[in-house]
Design a protein around this ligand. Structure first.
Ligand code: SF4
Length: 183
């Protein structure tokens, strides 16, 4: 997470409870470069490298804690404070994306969308109303052609993808998600 990761952990906990009848014994967060365009500008260069290095160290600490049988309740505070507000209207957020002239109509944004929310029509992406605001489409094109039209907008905000994750990885993952949803 780039800022607040608690809500995702609550969701995960709920899914495990529903499917397995048990809950997480503990939950941990790892601070990564923030890439939610409405809240942060992705860090670059040295700062980005430091965050990724610290994240690797944190993973070592988490592995040790798990090995030591660490348990910890998941905080409910951040969920109570932020989640309801965030999720209201999130699916309609897709309608707030647009493209600039730099768009080549390559279709990558549609391929990386885990929600199947983008169609390519006349060589341009068209967003529907089942967006999860994951921002994969926004970050997947180096030409920065996709913009999110909220508040001050996102022109010049930069883009971020983890250096070990390729666009092909994102396309594969999104394809699996779409298959799972269709099933
Ligand atoms: S990739 Fe993510 S942000 Fe973009 S339309 Fe799909 S769900 Fe929404």
């Amino acid at each position: 997470m780039g800022g607040v990761g608690i809500s995702a952990l609550h969701q995960l906990n709920g899914i495990i409870r529903e499917r397995r009848g048990r809950e997480l014994d503990a939950a941990f967060t790892v601070l990564m470069p923030g890439n939610f365009p409405l809240l942060s500008r992705p860090p670059k260069g040295r700062r980005r490298g430091e965050i990724l290095m610290t994240a690797d160290e944190r993973l070592g600490e988490i592995a040790e804690a798990i090995g030591g049988g660490h348990t910890a309740p998941i905080s409910r505070l951040m969920k109570a404070l932020t989640y309801g507000m965030f999720t209201r209207g999130v699916q309609a957020s897709g309608k707030r994306f647009s493209v600039l002239g730099a768009c080549t109509g390559c279709g990558t944004c549609a391929n990386v969308c885990p929600a199947g929310n983008i169609d390519i029509v006349d060589d341009r992406p068209v967003w529907a109303r089942q967006c999860e605001l994951c921002c994969a489409c926004f970050h997947s094109r180096p030409a920065e052609a996709i913009q999110l039209n909220v508040l001050l907008g996102t022109e010049g905000r930069g883009r971020y993808r983890h250096p070990d994750v390729t666009v092909a990885d994102m396309e594969r993952q999104a394809g699996r998600n779409r298959t799972r949803r269709a099933g």
